[in-house]
Design a protein around this ligand. Structure first.
Ligand code: MN
Length: 513
């Protein structure tokens, strides 16, 4: 039997830290459910001290997970962070506190203003303190990828003695080369007493496009936990993508002496879910989950694949759940059929929510003959967005053409149930609608990105719009909306981004108090 590599998912923490990818608790729970279906070993649920919302998310994720995975909460090497993490994990069945600090010359000198000896002292303190509150403590040596080998070994030695059970050696800045990073792990395995009794974890970033290669180099040299995210979501260029590292391990199991317990059939669905929730789309040529990942168009390749798949295909697409969408439902489908299909897709709802989704489903089915899984997912997300909205779209009327002036009349309802209607004109129908929304909401922002995508094939497909706006000194807010009418999807997406901005302002002002 090969070594088991534990999969530590940080989509909900590191992934969420990527600009514009913030998620609310319900969205995080949807992703958690999917992570459990895949069988991940550890879920990093958040950074509880950072906001009341994060604290609550960690609590609710721990409730949902039960004993099916470890639930981890991040902290700095600061007592109050560790207290917050322990409090958020209070009811977790398998809690883990993840604490640590920077160990590279630049982190110690320029960020923390400490000497190497003080660094070790703080590392020991945070682990000792966390161990008083939680049995399972993981230490991270931030920016280990740029640290001094000898100091890193001393830090590891000290935190093992202090009771850390896992030690994470992150290449926080994505600076390393795979061979060098592997050598670093090897050095630790050789020079730290008792290292075989703890788990060494790799956490790599993709700044040079090598996050997956780095993680594999770490595994080859003795690491047995990989930190990763779905779609490689994460700070800057992102993290190691779970689907990539898991499939690489699977295809090279003997060579790496390693396996994981992940059910890869879920990858395509998980990827779509995360894209849909965060608005961070993967490129068509993304490994494993991109829309072209298994497409062959050159004549020579097609000929080969038709003769035998394995000539040009190293992975069977169905092994990662990449099968064509199938028609599921139509306007004639009843409640029970919808409920059944949603359950097959991994969603469970209470009666009221199901009724609400059914109503929206009928509206879509009215326009569209065939309703696909992607359409249902989009309905579910549309519904969950509507639950946390400050403003909702009540009515939209557009007039445009040539040479008339594009004009929009928009009615929005606010939380207290008051409806307001405004009219505006613009360079096109979407511009006019956005201006009318601005007249009601009145929040200054810049539209940084606008994209539209068809969810499935055919002229009647739902159009899903993603917008990103910047406001409040560069914060990015993502909004999404889907509808059969792209002007409606566009308006909903803009409103969703504004709602997120307003909610963020509210929770900030609560924190300031
Ligand atoms: Mn990171």
């Amino acid at each position: 039997m090969t070594r088991k590599i534990s999969i530590f998912d940080t989509t909900l923490r590191d992934g969420e830290q990527s600009p514009g990818a913030s998620m609310n608790t319900d969205e995080k729970l949807m992703i958690t459910r999917e992570l459990l279906r895949m069988g991940v070993d550890v879920i990093e649920a958040g950074f509880p001290v950072s906001s009341p919302g994060d604290f609550e998310s960690v609590q609710r994720i721990a409730d949902m997970v039960g004993d099916r995975a470890s639930v981890c909460a991040l902290t700095r090497a600061v007592d109050k962070d560790i207290d917050a993490a322990a409090a958020a994990l209070k009811h977790a069945q398998r809690p883990r506190i993840h604490t640590g600090l920077g160990v590279s010359p630049s982190h110690m000198r320029d960020k923390l203003h400490i000497t190497p000896d003080e660094c070790i002292e703080r590392a020991v303190h945070c682990v000792t303190y966390a161990r008083q509150l939680c049995d399972d403590v993981q230490f991270y040596a931030e920016d280990a990828g740029r640290s001094d080998y000898e100091l890193l070994a001393r830090v590891c030695q000290a935190v093992i003695r202090a009771g850390a059970k896992e030690i994470d050696i992150p290449d926080t800045t994505g600076y390393s080369m795979p061979q060098e990073y592997g050598k670093r792990i090897h050095y630790l395995m050789d020079h730290v007493d008792g290292i075989n009794d703890v788990t060494i974890a790799v956490h790599c970033h993709n700044d040079l496009g090598m996050a997956t290669a780095l993680a594999l180099a770490g595994i080859r040299n003795g690491a047995s936990q990989v930190e990763c995210t779905i779609n490689g979501l994460g700070e800057r260029a992102g993290n190691t993508a779970m689907e990539e590292v898991v499939m690489a391990i699977r295809l090279h199991e003997d060579e790496l002496d390693a396996h994981t317990d992940i059910d890869a059939h879920e990858f395509t669905r998980a990827s779509r879910l995360v894209q849909s929730i965060t608005g961070m789309r993967v490129q068509a040529n993304k490994a494993i989950v991109g829309s072209n990942a298994f497409a062959h168009s050159s004549g020579i390749h097609q000929d080969g694949v038709l003769k035998k798949r394995s000539t040009y295909e190293i992975i069977n697409p169905s092994d990662v759940g990449a099968c064509a969408s199938r028609i599921v439902l139509s306007a004639r489908s009843g409640h029970a059929a919808l409920k059944h299909r949603l359950e097959e897709m991994g969603y469970e709802f209470d009666k009221d929510t199901l009724n609400a989704i059914y109503k929206e489903f009928l509206a879509v089915a009215d326009h569209k003959k065939e309703v696909y899984d992607e359409d249902l997912e989009s309905l579910i997300h549309e519904h969950s967005r509507s639950l946390c909205a400050i403003y909702t779209l009540e009515a939209l009327q557009i007039s445009c053409g040539f040479p008339s002036k594009p004009t929009a009349t928009v009615t929005l309802r606010d939380e207290s149930g008051v409806s307001t209607t405004r009219c505006a004109w613009g360079t096109g129908p979407i511009d006019a609608a956005y201006k009318a929304v601005d007249l009601i909401v009145g929040v200054k922002n810049d539209l940084a990105e606008f994209s539209i995508q068809s969810l499935t094939r055919g002229m009647d497909a739902l159009g899903e719009v993603t917008v990103r706006i910047t406001a409040d000194e560069g914060s990015v807010f993502t909004g999404r909306g889907s509808n059969g009418d792209i002007v409606v999807s566009s308006t909903k997406a803009y409103l969703n981004a504004l709602n997120r901005l307003l909610i963020a302002r509210r929770s900030r002002s609560k924190l300031d108090k």
